[in-house]
Ligand binder design. Structure first.
Ligand SMILES: Nc1ncnc2c1ncn2[C@@H]1O[C@H](COP(=O)(O)OP(=O)(O)OP(=O)(O)O)[C@@H](O)[C@H]1O
Ligand SMILES: [Mg+2]
Length: 268
């Protein structure tokens, strides 16, 4: 079966910092596919190569072995079809909310009127209506995070690469952001590759969860998440959800070996 995104035997070794320092084998023989429109999360112990895998898909890092295909074409550089979203959104403090959201569209040469209309739509979608002319310093942390997400999603790209985008948020804001992301993803059906340390977050958001082993990172397990859409907060309280969480936790523990499982991966 041909997937939209295809990792084929991907391996990555980073050279040591000095000639005598040992190289780091970050990824080994990573092979899996992601369907168009799928929400796929990647879980794994700290240092197992999750960010590296995203960077390879984005085209920022080249693998030594294997390759990544997007829609049948090998990735060799960043492209307009992919956008990376990081944990720290780096808003521009001198720009208003609206102008921050417009930024990615400017960079892609979207005409001013269309840019404005799109930015306003995403400002609205993320509940920032009324704050268009505020500056980041005038917003709460969670609102700033929403501006960052609105900015990333306003760009019309098919694939969103998200590297622990909610890792720095408090629990309540995080839950709200997960709901907003799930809702917006459901509306515009993009393909999302989402790296997280948080099992519950991965299961709540995803169609599939890929569990990686400790370094060198390999695919250890793939969890098919059976819950229907749209999902709401009640899902987390169900016995089915708790059971899958427990099962995934065991897979992650098994895949981690002696390695440290990242903060936030506890079962409670
Ligand atoms: N630019 C680099 N140069 C050298 N080594 C690197 C580089 N980037 C990552 N590494 C190494 O590759 C391994 C995988 O790193 P990576 O950042 O992909 O892991 P990760 O799974 O995202 O970890 P975390 O969960 O802590 O974010 C680590 O051992 C790291 O030290
Ligand atoms: Mg990382």
């Amino acid at each position: 079966m041909d997937s939209y995104i295809e990792f084929e035997g991907v391996g990555k070794v980073y050279p040591g910092r000095t000639r005598r320092a040992a190289p780091t084998e970050a990824l080994q023989e990573v092979t899996f596919g992601i369907a168009r429109g799928e929400f796929c999360s990647i879980l794994g112990p700290s240092g197992c190569g999750k960010s590296t895998l995203l960077r390879i898909l984005d085209g920022l890092v080249r693998p030594e072995a294997g390759r990544v295909l997007v829609d049948g074409t090998a990735v060799d550089a960043p492209g307009a079809d992919r956008a990376m979203v990081f944990q720290h959104f780096n808003l521009m403090p001198w720009r208003t909310v609206l102008r921050n959201v417009e930024f990615g569209l400017e960079a892609r040469g979207v005409p001013a009127a269309e840019r404005r209309a799109t930015a306003l739509r995403y400002v609205e979608l993320f509940g920032l209506h009324g704050f268009e002319e505020h500056f980041p310093s005038q917003l709460s942390g969670g609102m700033q995070q929403r501006v960052g997400l609105a900015r990333a999603l306003a760009v019309d790209c098919e694939i969103l690469l998200m590297d622990e985008p909610f890792g720095a948020l408090d629990a309540q804001t995080k839950t709200l952001m997960q709901l907003e992301l799930a809702r917006i993803w459901h509306e515009d059906q993009r393909t999302v590759v989402f790296v997280t340390h948080d099992i519950e977050e991965a299961l709540f958001l995803s169609d599939r969860v890929v569990v990686m082993s400790a370094r060198p990172g390999r695919i250890a397990h793939v969890v098919d998440v059976p819950f229907g859409r749209p999902r709401d907060e009640h899902l987390r309280g169900t016995a089915e959800f708790a059971a899958l969480k427990e099962q995934t936790w065991e897979m992650l523990r098994d895949a981690s070996g002696a390695a440290l499982v990242g903060a936030g991966a506890e079962t409670s």
